[in-house]
Design a protein around this ligand. Structure first.
Ligand code: SF4
Length: 332
């Protein structure tokens, strides 16, 4: 019999690891697929794929994903999480990978009734229909609660060995994970920032300020304190060393291309990244605002300090600033 192949959508969590393992154990070749976004977290995904022994492909969601979050056809869950649209989008991306590697179907760790918005029976139907993947999405953890899919009907997988889990509890999954000696998966319910109330407020504010904001901007949003400086411009100010480093690393290319401005004090203070509509020469007013924020969140403020300001790939300009928040003096 021809060996079948599936693409398994993996999140790094327990459910998708378990679903993958169940299908692997039925002799199906699996390619793990992780779809990364500025709002997810995939610290554990490589570890999980390694421990399952499956190859892993990581694909970044495109800027159309931001458009989808701004304006979801099926609306939001409790916060800015457009789960139904998001799942449709993910299955469309998975379908492209499936075609690329000539796989036969898709595996996912979704559990019937686990999430109120996207894991109801009729939501599954909408998702499968709108992603044009009807009958090709196999949910091994809840398969016996759902109509048989093509892989089951064709005998590629044995439906009898699939599960009938439903609801929000995790007991069955945890005991199966123990029995199968599954390792490396991340704690349940970790993950998507779009379900977080505070982050959702920040994102909604960002969408108002930057209606056509880019993925590069969205990537920064999980770090630092967020401030809108005017109707079109925002700034992020690091809260600790790790965030300072992340903000610097993630803004580097945008700064070089003149789309963001990077501020770094030479005293014990936070870095700041400004993005939006600033003129080629940074206006005094905007600089003054960022200067105030850097001083406000600095640990030890010298009477006079220097802030290096980078925009474009030239040498940064240094500004001498006073802790009294008087306007800065250009130094070099
Ligand atoms: S929780 Fe986040 S990643 Fe998961 S379906 Fe909802 S919006 Fe998408």
């Amino acid at each position: 019999m021809q060996k079948r192949k599936a693409v398994s959508l993996m999140s790094g969590g327990l459910d998708s690891a378990l679903a993958t393992r169940i299908i692997l154990d039925q002799g199906i070749d699996i390619l793990g697929l992780y779809l990364s976004s500025p709002f997810g977290c995939h610290e554990d995904i490589v570890k999980v794929a390694d421990s399952l022994g499956v190859p892993l492909k990581i694909v970044e969601k495109g800027s159309d994903y931001l458009d989808l979050i701004r304006n979801p056809k099926y609306g939001y869950g409790k916060n800015m999480n457009p789960c139904i649209d998001c799942r449709i989008y993910m299955f469309q991306m998975a379908q492209a990978v499936m075609d690329e590697v000539s796989a036969d179907f898709i595996v996912t760790g979704e559990v019937l009734g686990q999430r109120p918005m996207s894991q109801r029976k009729n939501a599954f139907q909408i998702i499968d229909r709108d992603s044009e993947m009807e009958e090709l999405i196999l949910r091994p953890l809840s398969a016996k609660n759902l109509p048989p899919t093509k892989p089951e009907r064709e005998g590629w997988v044995d439906r009898e060995k699939l599960l009938a889990i439903a609801g929000r509890g995790r007991t069955e999954q945890l005991s199966m994970a123990d029995a199968l000696d599954l390792k490396g998966y991340s704690a349940p319910a970790g993950g998507c920032l779009l379900t977080d109330e505070n982050f959702s407020e920040r994102l909604s504010s960002f969408f108002k300020t930057r209606p056509k904001g880019s993925m590069a901007e969205a990537r920064l949003l999980r770090y630092g304190r967020y401030f809108n400086l005017n109707e079109e411009t925002f700034v992020l100010v690091g809260r600790d060393k790790e965030e300072n480093e992340k903000l610097e690393e993630l803004s580097l290319d945008e700064v070089k291309n003149g789309r963001m401005v990077f501020f770094k004090p030479d005293f014990a203070g936070p870095v700041a990244v400004l993005s939006g509509n600033f003129s080629a020469t940074l206006s005094e007013a905007l600089f003054g605002e960022v200067h105030k924020l850097i001083v406000r969140f600095s640990k030890r403020i010298p009477e006079w300090g220097m802030i290096r300001v980078s925009v474009g790939d030239g040498t940064p300009t240094s500004y001498l600033v006073h802790s009294s928040l008087e306007l800065p003096v250009v130094h070099s």
